[in-house]
Design a protein around this ligand. Structure first.
Ligand code: ATP
Length: 536
């Protein structure tokens, strides 16, 4: 299959209910997305896997859930008020705004080179706190979850009696007023982070930095990302954030190329030091701004040397939304399972050619949308057998709905796709939104329906193995729907199951179908629990 494009993912996510544009019915709000019935499951499963691996399965970690709104001083001393900025440029021709480091001296919208000088733009959202709007009454929506961990350092230490090294893990929302949110959920203004602040003895930070890099890579592989699609980028010294001694960016091969999925920073004693009072007595190695507002020393008493010290910090910080996007990118697959008849193939090719002509002629379409559609259509046309399954994504591209002939193309493509192709999400079973789907072979056979419903109920009752019942189509169609959303197993209850089929030995058994191999086997109902427990 050709590499997955963002359009294919966006189309699948919308079609099947993973992710919708935020506030859609009011024209949307740029940089926001809503996770639908399947998206919320996938996202929760990813977060749960992270929490399990990083909190439950380690013996050196505690969890935390700090408030999103924090005292403004937090962001003064963290350095964000002053330095959490991106370079903003305006295009004087079309008045669009861009991040200077994301464009090459040319406005991507109109091609003009008449741009303003870059100026720093602070990305923190301000919001008013309390009923009186005056200068002092605002707070920021946190742009990262990390600071909630640092300001709670003493609380966690005092209540858990932890010894170094230990970490605090947190998952939560973060907000950044990105100049140019784009690329679906890759760069948004509201997102979630999974962050760890790992506190270590000064002098051991390099070793721990490397260990965390290895650990985090291994974890991303364990949830299904392949080594080929992961890269480590060592951030050059000149590009390091103000607090960082060294940073590794963990890069994933998204449809837009290799981009950051997680940052793993060695933050020295900067954060605890800058939030501490009486800094002169702490022997800090980081250069921090003087703090006359903090009421606490964020230090650790080392029982061996019998002195108070400020731990060094390693911070693995991953984006949940980028994680979901990486999982979808990795899992997405389109397969031809049967040849298309030559007549059908010809009909689709003709409809595609007519659609392309119509797009080329359309006067309603902005040039950018037209060119993008033509480019995609050409790629599909070049190798129709391999790319026919991309036609729905083509028809979901911005602007496509204004092309009349799109309906005709859909009408020709849909039956061919139904018959000969399938889209599959090869998600790891633990991550899949739904683990098992149960179908009745006939929805007007009461005993079959009752048995199917009972199986669903008992599998679900066993625990958190999300199981659904579906009787809204023929079995083939139901299989395809579940393949497309990544359900690893489907169960079909038929006449044999209820002892009314041809083969009496199959009574009390059901067909279990595997998503990836499409193989089917008969499994006794009584053994289903054990069968799935080992597999999902
Ligand atoms: P970028 O350079 O892509 O803007 P960053 O280096 O500013 O990212 P960090 O501050 O290191 O990002 O944040 C940690 C993680 O949070 C990132 O690796 C990413 O997964 C996630 N993240 C950051 N900004 C966004 C965003 N606007 N939308 C979605 N996820 C984000």
């Amino acid at each position: 299959m050709p590499a997955v494009t963002m359009d294919q993912l966006v189309s699948l996510c919308k079609r099947r209910g993973f992710i919708f544009p935020g506030s859609d019915i009011y024209g949307g709000l740029q940089g926001t997305y809503d996770f639908g019935p399947l998206g919320v499951e996938l996202k929760n499963n990813l977060k749960a896997a992270w929490w399990r691996a990083n909190v439950y399965e380690r013996d050196d970690m505690e969890g935390l859930d700090a408030a999103i709104l924090m005292n403004r001083l937090t962001w003064k001393y963290s350095g964000h008020e002053e330095t959490f900025t991106d370079p903003l440029v305006d295009c004087r021709s079309c008045r669009s705004r861009w991040r200077a480091d994301h464009i090459k001296d040319t406005c991507p919208n109109c091609g003009s080179k008449d741009l303003t000088e870059p100026r720093p733009f602070n990305m923190m959202f301000k919001t008013q706190v309390g009923p009186v709007a005056d200068d002092g009454s605002y707070a920021y929506l946190r742009p990262e979850t990390a600071q909630g961990i640092f300001v709670n350092f003493n609380n966690v230490l005092a209540t858990t009696s932890r010894k170094l090294p230990f970490g605090i893990a947190q998952i939560g929302k973060a907000f950044r007023n990105e100049i140019n949110p784009r690329n679906f959920i890759f760069r948004v203004r509201e997102f979630e982070q999974m962050e760890i602040e790992f506190f270590v003895m000064p002098g051991t930070e390099d070793e721990w930095h490397q260990r965390w890099l290895d650990d985090r890579l291994a974890w991303w592989r364990s949830v299904g990302l392949s080594s080929d699609n992961l890269q480590v980028y060592t951030v050059p010294k000149a590009d390091l954030a103000h607090y960082s001694k060294a940073t590794y960016d963990l890069m994933y091969r998204f449809p837009i190329g290799f981009e950051e999925l997680e940052g793993i920073a060695s933050r020295s004693d900067y954060d605890l030091g800058s939030h501490s009072k009486e800094q002169d007595s702490l022997g800090l190695s980081a250069k921090v701004g003087r703090n006359d507002d903090s009421t606490a020393k964020l230090t650790y008493f080392d029982p061996e040397s019998k002195r108070h010290l400020v731990p060094f910090v390693i911070e693995p910080s991953a984006g949940v939304d980028r994680g979901v996007l990486a999982l979808l990118t990795e899992a997405y697959d389109e397969q031809q399972i049967k040849p298309v008849t030559p007549e059908r193939a010809q009909a689709v090719a003709d409809a595609l050619a007519a659609f392309v002509k119509s797009v080329g002629r359309s006067e309603k379409l902005p040039a950018e949308q037209r060119d993008a559609m033509l480019e995609r259509a050409e790629l599909i046309g070049k190798d129709m057998a391999a790319s026919m399954a991309q036609i729905p994504a083509l028809l979901d591209m911005p602007g496509a709905s204004s092309i009349e002939l799109g309906k005709k193309l859909r009408g020709q493509a849909d039956p061919a796709l139904d018959e000969s192709y399938r889209t599959v999400l090869h998600l790891k079973p633990a991550l899949a939104p739904i683990k098992v789907a149960v179908f009745p072979l006939k929805r007007n056979a009461p005993e079959i329906v009752a048995t199917a419903r009972q199986i669903r109920k008992s599998l679900q009752a066993d625990g958190d193995m999300r199981t659904v019942y579906d009787d809204t189509g023929a079995i083939g169609k139901l299989y395809r729907r579940q393949d497309e959303i990544g359900t690893p197993y489907c169960i079909t209850v038929d006449f044999d199951t209820i002892g009314q089929g041809k083969d009496a030995t199959l009574s009390g058994t059901v067909t279990v179908r595997d998503r990836d191999t499409m193989q089917q086997e008969r499994v006794p109902i009584a053994e289903l629990q054990t069968y799935f427990r080992g597999r999902v």
